[in-house]
Design a protein around this ligand. Structure first.
Ligand SMILES: NC(=O)c1ccc[n+]([C@@H]2O[C@H](COP(=O)([O-])OP(=O)(O)OC[C@H]3O[C@@H](n4cnc5c(N)ncnc54)[C@H](O)[C@@H]3O)[C@@H](O)[C@H]2O)c1
Length: 359
């Protein structure tokens, strides 16, 4: 793989890509700012030992573009961005200094990009950055931040499940429906709580035995192996672990009517659109329905600071948004994921035109 920054920016429509290199502080970072028409580009900071530069560039460009569509579809006044740090996520020595330096870099960007926790980074890292920048989000509730985004993500996914059930079965009731929850980590476990309350049945899997015990003891979940999950006859398959679990090896095995889960990038690629449609599975695009987390984190930047009512309202709106996506998918005769990107771009275009007309 040989990824070229400018070619990639042109292909994906990035506004700005920044490289920061301060070897004295162990800082080697890339910040991708995809689009800021709706507002500052918000997106997490990944820390990873990338195998090579192309892999890092590909990650930051792809993920920052994805954030643009996620925030747009969530109705947020935020754009899409993402950052990556070339470093070992387990590093402890020099970690604080590196994050302080990175925070200084964010100040240079003057709010065009707001970072947050992501793979390899933690709330503690965010708190370090907060010492010198206000452009780091997702900090603790005790400090006035939004806290753990996972319960919000789970609530949003549930809203989408209700909308999909309404379309498929004529009622949004999940009572008596069977949901396979792949991964009972932060989001998956909150989802079980909501599903139980709604009277749904669930079958779960995870690689972590301790989580499975909690799912079984606290919520009465039925447990199957990580491979057997694909063969379970169910109404909804909810991927809540890792990406790309819907792929040529698994699609033939899935026995569900609906796919709706929290994981990012659930489909390996667009070659899965046709088999999903052939199986008459309703696919709820991941980035549309897992936006509860970014809504909550983004809530730190609204006037007056984070507030529960505002976040609740936006997360509940995922129900209507899912309906809209599925309606438009039928009307435009396009796969829900394709339509969602179109709708996200349309909102941005309208905002841009409004801005330009005021000039
Ligand atoms: N946390 C959020 O608010 C949020 C927001 C948007 C998207 N997501 C996405 O949702 C997914 C879950 O997020 P999370 O915060 O709950 O993560 P998490 O790490 O807390 O939970 C993931 C769980 O999946 C399990 N797992 C890993 N590999 C597995 C496999 N092959 N089969 C079954 N289980 C496996 C892990 O043991 C863990 O319990 C991730 O893909 C994440 O990117 C999360």
């Amino acid at each position: 793989m040989d990824v070229k920054v400018l070619a990639e920016a042109q292909k994906r429509g990035h506004e700005q890509v920044n490289f920061f290199y301060y070897p004295r502080f162990g800082l080697k970072a890339i910040v991708g700012i995809h689009n800021t028409v709706l507002g500052p580009a918000l997106g997490g900071c990944r820390m990873r030992m990338y195998e090579n530069e192309s892999q890092a560039i590909d990650d930051v460009m792809r993920l920052s573009e994805g954030m643009t569509y996620k925030s747009s579809m969530a109705g947020l006044d935020l754009g899409g961005g993402k950052s990556i740090l070339f470093a070992d996520p387990a590093m402890s020595e020099g970690r604080r200094e590196m994050f302080l330096k990175f925070a200084e870099c964010l100040n240079h960007l003057n709010g065009r990009y707001i970072t947050a926790e992501d793979m390899g980074t933690s709330v503690e890292d965010v708190m370090v950055m907060r010492e010198i920048t206000k452009f780091a989000a997702g900090y603790s509730m005790e400090k006035g931040g939004s806290g753990d985004p996972s319960p919000w993500t789970a609530r949003g996914v549930f809203q989408a499940m209700q909308a999909a059930c309404e379309r498929r079965y004529g009622s949004k009731e999940l009572k008596g429906k069977t949901v396979t929850v792949q991964g009972v980590g932060h989001v998956g476990m909150y989802l079980l709580e909501i599903l139980k309350e709604a009277g749904a049945k669930f079958v779960v899997c995870d690689t972590n035995e301790a989580s499975l015990r909690v799912a079984k003891e606290k919520f009465g979940a039925e447990v199957v192996s990580t491979d057997a999950i694909y063969d379970v006859q169910c109404n909804i398959y909810a991927p809540c672990a890792v990406g790309q679990t819907v792929n040529p090896q698994t699609i033939g095995r899935l026995k569900c009517d609906i796919i709706a889960g929290a994981a990012n990038n659930q489909l390996l690629d667009s070659s899965l659109y046709a088999p999903i449609e052939e199986k008459k599975i309703l696919y709820c695009p991941d980035f549309v329905i897992n936006s509860g987390g970014v809504i909550s984190v983004g809530g730190e930047y609204i006037e007056g600071g984070w507030n529960k009512n505002w976040v609740t309202q936006k997360v509940m709106a995922i129900y209507n948004t899912t309906h809209r996506v599925l309606d438009e998918s039928e009307r435009r005769k396009k796969f829900p994921e394709v339509v969602s990107i179109e709708l996200a771009k349309e909102r941005i275009k309208e905002a841009e035109e409004r801005k330009l007309s005021r000039r």
